[in-house]
Design a binder for this molecule. Structure first.
Ligand code: SF4
Length: 409
């Protein structure tokens, strides 16, 4: 294999382009225009660069085990030619002698149930968060796709920050890599599941989320059905764009009635029927097994049997098996200067367990699988809607220059 050094990075970029682009998808500019990282180069993109599928698989087997190929004796472990080509293709990482994950992870609070918040320091000084959720048999990681979020959900502490910036694929995958290493260090059950339910709206950063999800499947060898991308569904167009994700889809519905939905997700610009119909088309084309649906229940706002019946009516036309997950509201404390949110927060209460049970029973009787998410990690502020700590919230004072693609819809 006789390739000039200067050609290798371009070959890598071309291979990455071919791997990332699906028919009809726009160019993933931020991935191919900037320095390419090994962590965001799935095996199918790495193979042409290493001139061998098996070399690419060997490199990825190492990473999927939580090991850093640049931190080991590469000629010994991967073979001399593969090591040489890898160094040429990723000069920054070769010079540093380690994978560039783009994140510096620090373990934060560990809740009584083992749920662990990991603070993710990014290279530009910003911070995101990720959460490890161990159970008896497996560990799930909840990753962030953005710092802050433009969707401004009234019950969400990340929404209080506004959007600061989107994460690159290697920064999303860096959270997974750090989570795997932490799970191994603490001898937690294997990390097999990923949910995109941390900070940010994945549909507003779809190119990078798509590359990250694809790499999780191809490189980290996680099952497609073990990865779930959760979205508020900013617009019918944004929902249709989720079709090619190699993951399960989850819709944060929160309310079936348009007026109630706009209280909870103030950036909603479309009726719930329009959004539901877009999901129905996507699920039918994907031949999906069904949609996960999330509902943050707030006392007196969307938690009555009447609301549950309206939700059942909204969801009934969806193809496949729809599973509803109820999330009783997790209180958080907005900054006093954020008056509208502070006022909303003052009005929001967690519904009683009896109210939640009644809501669940209505959905059961309407034929839906319906679970109630325990507020795991609530004592360490790791529960849903709480992924913004004091340091993160202070980031919101920086102006956002980014307009998410779906924001104008
Ligand atoms: S709930 Fe999700 S979409 Fe809504 S503001 Fe929070 S992070 Fe964004």
């Amino acid at each position: 294999f006789n390739m000039k050094v200067s050609v290798v990075p371009w070959l890598l970029r071309a291979a990455l382009l071919a791997a990332v682009l699906a028919p009809g998808r726009p160019l993933a500019v931020s991935s191919v225009g900037s320095e390419v990282r090994l962590l965001a180069t799935p095996p199918s993109a790495l193979a042409p660069v290493l001139a061998s599928q098996s070399r690419a698989q060997r490199v990825w087997k190492t990473i999927a085990e939580g090991l850093d190929p640049f931190g080991m004796d590469m000629p010994q472990e991967l073979g001399r030619e593969a090591a040489k080509l890898l160094r040429e293709a990723f000069p920054l990482e070769a010079a540093r002698g380690e994978l560039c994950t783009g994140v510096d992870a620090a373990v934060g609070d560990v809740a009584a149930d083992g749920t662990t918040k990991i603070l993710v320091h990014l290279q530009d000084g910003l911070m995101a968060e990720t959460v490890l959720i161990p159970t008896d048999s497996r560990t799930t990681i909840c990753v962030s796709s953005q710092v802050g979020c433009a969707r401004a959900c009234a019950f969400c502490s990340t929404g209080a920050m506004g959007l600061i910036r989107s994460l690159d694929a290697h920064e999303i995958l860096g959270q997974l890599f750090a989570g795997m290493q932490e799970a191994q260090r603490r001898e937690l059950p294997p990390l097999t599941n990923v949910v995109f339910m941390g900070m940010g709206e994945p549909a507003d950063n779809l190119e990078q989320v798509h590359l990250a999800a694809r790499t999780m499947v191809e490189g980290f060898r996680l099952g497609n059905s073990h990865i779930s991308v959760s979205t508020v569904g900013p617009s019918p167009e944004a929902i249709e764009a989720l079709e090619s994700l190699p993951t399960r889809l989850a819709w944060s519905v929160h309310a079936a009635e348009d007026d109630v939905r706009r209280v909870l997700v103030p950036t909603t610009r479309h009726s719930m029927v329009e959004l539901r119909d877009a999901f129905a088309r996507v699920l039918a084309r994907r031949r999906d097994r069904g949609l996960f649906v999330e509902v943050a229940l707030v006392e007196g706002l969307n938690d009555s049997p009447h609301h549950a019946l309206a939700l059942a009516e909204l969801l009934r036309p969806l193809p496949g098996k729809t599973r509803v997950n109820l999330l009783p509201y997790n209180p958080f404390a907005p900054e006093a200067s954020d008056l509208p949110r502070a006022q909303a927060h003052a009005l929001f209460r967690t519904p009683s367990p009896e109210t939640v049970k009644t809501f669940q029973d209505v959905l059961y009787s309407e034929g839906f699988v319906c679970t109630v998410r325990s507020t795991r990690g609530a004592d360490s502020a790791s529960a849903c809607g709480q992924l913004a700590n004091r340091a993160s919230l202070s980031q919101s004072r920086r102006p956002s220059k980014e307009v998410p693609p779906a924001a104008s819809s």
